[in-house]
Ligand binder design. Structure first.
Ligand SMILES: [Zn+2]
Length: 119
């Protein structure tokens, strides 16, 4: 079974990759590194699987998809301390105030390694 959430992320990732390759003579992709926030609720195995289904063609034939997990970041609304965590934090461990969510639910394309065709 294919997870819908991961499939839609894989599609938008493919879209982002294709956009970033526009105008470049890329023959083959070697490695794509993405970063997934720990609160993005992404099953990384499902994401790789979905991506392998949709990323067809010679350009993707030897590509490796690297998925790195990134901790979410929260900031205390009163003492401004920033804390990174894999889980949702609601209270500051220093002063007990509420925490504000800063980042950690995104999927970022970090690096593309590609083989470029000789011009
Ligand atoms: Zn605090």
């Amino acid at each position: 079974m294919v997870a819908m959430h991961e499939m839609s992320l894989a599609l938008s990732l493919l879209d982002t990759i294709e956009k970033s390759l526009e105008g470049k003579n890329v023959k083959k992709l070697r490695e794509i590194t993405i970063e997934v926030g720990s609160l993005a609720m992404v099953n990384t195995e499902q994401l790789s699987f979905c991506f392998s289904i949709i990323a067809k063609g010679e350009i993707f034939s030897d590509m490796k998809l690297n998925i790195q997990k990134k901790k979410a970041v929260f900031r205390c609304i009163s003492c401004q301390k920033e804390v990174s965590s894999e889980e949702l934090l609601s209270n500051c461990s220093f002063c007990g105030s509420s925490m504000e969510f800063m980042s950690g639910d995104e999927l970022i394309l970090k690096r593309i390694k590609a083989e470029v065709e000789d011009a």
